[in-house]
Design a protein around this ligand. Structure first.
Ligand SMILES: Cc1cc2nc3c(=O)[nH]c(=O)nc-3n(C[C@H](O)[C@H](O)[C@H](O)COP(=O)(O)O)c2cc1C
Length: 119
């Protein structure tokens, strides 16, 4: 683990270090992933190294641009990203401004695929 000054950074580093793999859920903002996620990724380094990550983006187009912007960052952290992603579309799979979520039939096999690849 790195040498971190702030207690909140040490706490985050301990949380990250505790896992061998991750599933990141992210919205898409202005064709990318949000700055808070970038900050969470950037704050620690060693804890991410040589682990695996699956991606679940959401947005008006399934959040696909957010994950494509995210993949090079994951590479820099030596986090192996799973190719498949559960892309959740705000136009077709959410209603009432996000209060209701009904996944499409095509989503059924995708999550197990991601989890298998993650393992
Ligand atoms: C400033 C802003 C920019 C956005 N840009 C995009 C975008 O580029 N592509 C997209 O698919 N959705 C975009 N959205 C829609 C968000 O993905 C959507 O509102 C989502 O529910 C935000 O997730 P959150 O409420 O969990 O943060 C944008 C929303 C806002 C407010």
């Amino acid at each position: 683990m790195g040498r971190y000054t702030h207690p909140h950074t040490r706490q985050w580093a301990t949380t990250v270090a505790a896992y061998d793999g991750y599933v990141l859920v992210t919205p898409e903002y202005n064709r990318s992933f949000p700055g808070v996620l970038k900050n969470a990724l950037d704050r620690v380094y060693a804890g991410w190294n040589n682990k695996a990550v699956g991606l679940v983006p959401y947005g008006f187009d399934g959040g696909v641009r957010a994950v494509e912007a995210l993949r090079p960052v994951l590479g820099a952290l030596q986090l192996a990203d799973v190719s498949a992603a559960v892309t959740l579309n705000l136009r077709t799979e959410f209603a009432d401004f996000g209060a209701t979520f009904t996944p499409g039939d095509h989503q059924g096999p995708t999550l197990p695929t991601i989890l298998d690849q993650l393992l």
